[in-house]
Design a protein around this ligand. Structure first.
Ligand SMILES: Nc1nc2nc(S)n(CCO)c2c(=O)[nH]1
Length: 160
């Protein structure tokens, strides 16, 4: 069936984030219908949304998947659960967050699946690692990633 290149944003700021990110990548790579093609550098980033929490560690993985979007969403939620994701505050600290940033050139606006990720273009913690693995991509909504990353305000910049 049809192969789609998708981009997943991973983040963690509770427990042992580096170990959890490594475990999440291994789980994804060994999932049926998903193969990881590229992984960005690891970035330590200051929390966006709810500031009174530990720094996050973020990365973006480029995957080749034959899963339809809702099945890919199920897989990402299973990975979060196996990393003991406890959903408390919506923007609070978490052991693992796996967001579907892009799914080929597709656009979805479903109740529990909005792609491209709605806050992608204003979040350096997603856009900078995405630019690293897919810098010359144009979003299905028309924005060019390399222009969007340049447009980020300086205070949004993050260190590797
Ligand atoms: N720096 C940073 N801030 C965040 N705020 C939320 S919510 N999240 C979870 C991802 O939506 C993050 C994150 O991954 N990194």
């Amino acid at each position: 069936s049809k192969h789609v290149i998708a981009y997943l944003g991973l983040g963690a700021n509770l427990g042992d984030p580096l170990d959890q990110l490594q475990q999440a990548l291994a789980l994804l790579h060994h999932s049926q219908g998903i193969s990881i093609r590229q992984v960005s550098s690891l970035y330590e980033t200051s929390p966006v949304g709810y500031l009174d929490q530990p720094n996050f560690y973020n990365l973006v993985a480029e995957i080749d998947t034959v899963l339809p979007p809702m099945q890919l969403l199920n897989m990402t939620q299973k990975v979060e659960q196996s990393l003991h994701r406890v959903r408390k505050e919506r923007f609070g600290p978490r052991t693992m967050d796996v967001d579907i940033l892009l799914y080929g050139q597709r656009i979805f606006n479903l109740p529990d699946l909005i792609i491209p990720h709605p806050r992608l273009l204003e979040r350096a913690f997603a856009l900078v690692p995405l630019h690293e693995v897919a810098g010359d991509l144009t979003l299905p909504t028309g924005e060019k990633i390399d222009q969007a990353v340049k447009a980020l305000s300086n205070d949004q910049w993050i260190q590797k």
